[in-house]
Design a protein around this ligand. Sequence first.
Ligand code: GUN
Length: 296
Amino acid sequence: MSAALLDGKSIAAEIRTELAAEVTRLRARGVTPGLGVVLVGDDPASHSYVTAKERACAELGLHSDDNRLPADTTPEALRAVLDRLNADPAVHGILLQLPLPRQLDETAALTAIRPEKDVDGFHPVNIGRMLVGQDAFLPCTPHGILQMLARRGIPTAGAHAVIVGRSNIVGKPLANLLLRKDPLGNATVTVCHTGTPDIAVHTRRADIVIAAAGRPNTIRADMVKEGAVVVDVGVNRVPDASRKSGYRLVGDVDFEAVSRKASFITPVPGGVGPMTITMLMYNTVQAAVRAAGAAE
Ligand code: GUN
């Protein structure tokens, strides 16, 4: 079998077209959705993610409030920026790019964001609401993956989904969304992690494999069954002297070999990445819709 590409770029473009119509409606009512962006430090990957997120805001007609803070920012200084954004009615959503430098406590910072503005879906209130099936901002990468599958007619209901990776950003929330009794869920879910003795035993039984381990070649061809759907969340920089940048991006999946066996596979770049950004735009627009409704 040769896999069809699950093309995140084109699926993201479909969703952005839908969002643009919503933004036009909001702007006609005098509301421009606004995203407060906070980036602390000099991590090159975080810089490029944040730049891509701000570009997406500009393309959709969203306002972004850019805050780039030095690597030695104190907890108090970060708190002051978050408090200002929390209080600003022009800012409907706040993105605090992770990871943070070591002196800053991630949980404390994420908890300082007002849940109504937590468009990343990382605040414990939103995580708890998601877990029990209440209305909540859904974390962008997991939500983007579900949208990708749904919009390309790949059913999750009744499927066995195997997730490799248990991060707070991807593995844990995705496992919960996939097991919800919902048309976008209803899967049987297995989560593998660094404590799993033999990951291949699980991935070989999967109808859907989601690789979110942050390590190249985590998923090789002998680890997937014929016809499986393979979603690659990994974004790894590997040295490449032939590139001007000196590196190229690869996922967690051995793309060449696995694409000969899978039915669908996401590329890296151009797969999950554009979906993550698009779902952040989606949540920001939803936050503006709610705020505009509340103000009426
Ligand atoms: N770092 C890596 N992925 C993400 C994400 O989706 N949101 C934020 N805020 N930081 C990240």
